[in-house]
Ligand binder design. Structure first.
Ligand code: LLP
Length: 431
């Protein structure tokens, strides 16, 4: 029997160890992927992306009539990933003009875009309005000033009762004063935040928007943080915004946590959706449209990064150095995020070691407390759960080209993002 049970939940659902103990992702052999496409390589089980999208849709369908699942594109905005979610019928949450362009290019219809940002210029908002974006989320009073100017200009008349058009649909982003148990850098719901407006300011924003002809306020938005392993903060956020009044639409953001290794148990999607539906129905009333914006929980576990071991040495600790690092996964350095690592054809834990990258910096440690099975130069090492905020935050530190990404499905691998070349590194330089 295939030894799927030896894989932690951090690995894609569509992965397994074959009878030789070699990792297969979406039916593709990890060592062969490394040989064919080179390393570092982001290997994505395409069916895993689809399965996770469907689990959100099914969980809502079973409980609530009016819902929207919008993919939080910031987690991984490559076109192939966006195309999968557009095809599955999701909407898309975009956090910048760039993400908006990527989402449109990947086939999301404009009315399915939810446009975010805490520092949007007039040009960016104009692009959102001009492209017909379904929802613009108001983050601050300056947004309101800009949207007022833009919508009155678009109507060809000054803002006010004279403007005879339905207007741009907007939500107000509220900071609910909920502090979730996650890393401070990815915690957004607390009162002292750069995102959104506190309850009192949100009430003033609502009044202002109501008086602007070109804007139609549909409801509220909250996002308490990311990588949340408990449901209470989501429920608390719903309760916290109830005093602002009754609206048709409540966008509850993203944030559901994922397993980065064995022994981590994030809430199931069904339980998360059930908790949100229950919270909205009891605190805000029946018949509301509920929007969620999952990013990480749709993409993180669908992907594993493949590296090649370049050097193994003992300097007090055993240091296993690979051909990538903080240029393809910044999360350990930014948030102290913990990853699991395995030799792709020798799962096991005989040698406690530090898995480090190739960058000129002592902090370039991918896994501080790795345990690999007899690691050797030339081995392919895999770190699972790198589909979210990996490629999205990849960079060229030390002139390291960013990795390729492949989609693996039924034993077929398809290149969806090509590896950067050395020429790419100077492509924008003007000399
Ligand atoms: N909606 C809004 C308004 C957000 O700000 C975010 C994430 C999401 C949805 C998606 O949240 P998710 O489901 O992915 O937790 N780079 C960090 C994560 C930053 C999250 C920013 N906002 C990391 O690597 O952990």
């Amino acid at each position: 029997m295939l030894s799927t049970e030896r894989l932690s939940p951090a690995f894609p659902q569509h992965s397994r160890l074959d009878e030789r103990g070699r990792l297969q992702i979406g039916g593709c052999d990890a060592i062969e992927l490394a040989r064919e496409f080179g390393t570092p390589l982001y290997a994505v089980a395409e069916e895993d992306l689809r399965a996770r999208a469907r689990s959100y849709l099914d969980a809502f369908r079973a409980r609530h009539d009016d819902f929207v699942v919008a993919y939080g594109a910031k987690a991984n905005a490559c076109t192939a990933v966006l195309e999968v979610f557009a095809g599955e019928g999701l909407w898309c949450d975009v956090a910048s003009a760039g993400e908006l362009q990527l989402a449109l290019g990947a086939g999301f219809s404009p009315e399915r875009l939810i446009v975010h940002g805490n520092a949007r210029t007039e040009e960016e908002l104009e692009l959102a309005l001009g492209s017909g974006a379904g929802l613009v989320v108001v983050d601050n009073f300056d947004d309101i000033d800009r949207l007022e100017r833009l919508t009155s200009a678009a109507s060809g008349a000054p803002a006010g009762p004279a403007a005879a058009h339905e207007g741009q649909d907007v939500l107000v982003r509220v900071t609910p004063g909920v502090r979730p148990g996650t890393h401070a850098s990815i915690s957004t719901g607390q009162a002292d935040s750069k995102f959104g407006l506190g309850i009192d300011d949100a009430a003033r924003a609502i009044e202002r928007i109501d008086a602007i002809e070109g804007l139609r306020l549909l409801g509220l938005h909250v996002h308490v943080g990311s990588q949340l392993m408990e449901l209470e903060p989501f429920v608390a956020a719903v309760a916290a915004i109830a005093p602002l009044g009754s609206f048709d639409v409540y966008d509850l953001g993203g944030g559901l946590g994922v397993a980065y290794g064995a022994g981590e148990h994030p809430p199931a999607v069904e339980d998360y959706v059930a908790a949100l539906v229950e919270a909205v129905q009891s605190a805000l009333g029946p018949g509301k449209r509920i929007i969620v914006e999952p990013g990480r929980s749709l993409v993180a576990n669908a992907c594993a990064t493949l590296y090649t071991v370049v050097s193994v040495k003992r300097n007090v600790s055993v240091w296993v150095a690979v051909d990538g690092g903080m240029s393809d996964n910044l999360r350990p350095m930014l948030y102290g995020a913990r990853y699991e690592a395995q030799v792709a054809d020798r799962f096991g834990d005989s040698v406690p070691c530090r898995l480090v990258g190739k960058h000129c910096e002592s902090g370039d440690v991918l896994v501080h407390d790795a345990a690999l099975q007899d690691p050797e130069v030339g081995d392919v090492v895999v770190t699972p759960a790198t589909g979210a905020y990996g490629l999205a935050m990849a960079n060229n530190y030390n002139g390291v080209p960013r990795p390729a990404m492949v989609f693996c499905r039924d034993g077929q691998a398809r290149l969806v993002v090509r590896r950067e070349t050395y020429d790419d590194l100077r492509a924008r330089d003007v000399s």
